[in-house]
Design a binder for this molecule. Structure first.
Ligand code: H2U
Ligand code: ZN
Length: 348
């Protein structure tokens, strides 16, 4: 039999951040990529929509009127999934029927007063206030004694269940560490204990050696298609410098991040010529009062689209029952995205 080749043969890849595997079936996606760039079709939207509950000056569901904000605006979600005043309590019947009260709170962050923009349309200087507000919210909510984790995210596009095209994200801050960050904490801690080094610092060094999955890098931030990506055009965004959370970033790094977000989201839009849907979010160190030297700040972008503006990937069958699977390799995805985001040029 011939030699094992990653680009040809079915194989599984380890996600060292979660300890989970993904099945890769590269032989199923051997179509050549034509390399054409689509014109981005924009749904015409007004700069201000009188019906939008996020636009400045409009009234929300609870009857509260939004201020005439000029950059970003944060408010408590009128329909929060988590609440601060839940009585303490738990149930455990035979160790199998287990429940615990969960305290927390949910907020909504408007990224811009403009109803018609997305991060892709906002220049870095306009994305900077979004980065600042993410950092402030992490600090403010994380300082509350009952909040041990702050999940900041953006659901974009109707396909992702987003209810409103006005550029916005959410925060769900909770008492317990949710499942994904809990897996990442255990993996990062174990690596740190064994290697006396940071898992993602070392991973970034390995990716810079191979170059194959890098998409874009500036002096402070790198975007790449992770070796273990599940979603076709999944990306990981991380700072070059070891930092546990957004507040640790200095002014240059924050601007570098804003530039990265602008380029990456604009590149995504050019992939299929539409405003690209995704769920993205930050994974920052838990806010449980402990030191987390092993934690390396990063964002995941999980976009559902597979090969056109309408064909999306479903996580079904084997993927629900076994583990996720992908056809196009992260190397191919990175190559396509790199060309759209800009030719990769090592810097900094
Ligand atoms: P999406 O990002 O998934 O569309 O969610 C928007 C949030 O806005 C959603 O969680 C909240 C919803 O509860 N919301 C308000 O807080 N006030 C409103 O008037 C409508 C929607
Ligand atoms: Zn609006």
């Amino acid at each position: 039999m011939s030699e094992f080749v990653l680009a040809d043969h079915p194989h599984r890849r380890l996600n060292p951040l979660t300890g989970e595997w993904v099945l890769v079936s590269p032989h199923r996606a051997k179509r050549p990529w034509q390399g054409q760039v689509e014109d981005v079709v924009r749904e015409a939207r007004p700069a201000h929509d009188p019906q939008c509950y996020l636009c400045p000056g409009n009234v929300r569901a609870g009857g509260v009127r939004n201020p005439r904000y000029a950059t970003t605006y944060v408010f408590d979600n009128d329909f929060p999934a988590l609440m601060a005043d839940v009585p303490a309590g738990e149930r455990a019947h035979r160790g199998l029927l287990v429940a615990q009260a969960e305290r927390g709170l949910c907020r909504v962050i408007c990224f811009s007063p403009r109803h018609d923009l997305t991060l892709a349309d906002m220049p870095p200087q306009e994305i900077l206030p979004v980065v600042e507000v993410w950092a402030e919210q992490y600090l403010e909510l994380g300082a509350r004694p009952e909040i041990n984790h702050v999940q900041i995210f953006e659901n974009k596009g109707a396909m992702m269940g987003c209810s409103n095209p006005h550029p916005h994200g959410q925060i769900w801050a909770s008492e317990h560490l949710p499942g994904e960050p809990a897996k990442e904490l255990a993996q990062q801690q174990a690596y740190h204990a064994e290697q006396h080094a940071c898992l993602l610092c070392d991973y970034l060094a390995a990716e810079e050696e191979q170059q194959e999955r890098l998409i874009y890098a500036n002096a402070h931030f790198v975007a790449l298609a992770p070796f273990w990506a599940c979603w076709p055009f999944e990306t990981l965004v991380l700072p070059r410098r070891h930092a546990a959370a957004l507040p640790a970033l200095n002014a240059d790094e924050r601007l570098g991040l804003a530039e990265m977000l602008h380029r990456l989201t604009a590149g995504y839009d050019r992939l299929f010529g539409i405003s690209f849907p995704y769920s993205m979010g930050w994974h920052q160190a838990p806010t449980d009062g402990a030191d987390h030297p092993s934690w390396h700040l990063h964002a995941h972008f999980y976009p559902p689209l597979l090969r056109s503006a309408t064909v999306k990937k479903f996580m079904v069958g084997f993927e629900l029952l076994g583990n996720p699977q992908r056809d196009i390799t992260p190397e191919t995805a990175a190559e396509r995205l790199r060309a759209l985001v800009t030719e990769f040029a090592p810097s900094g």
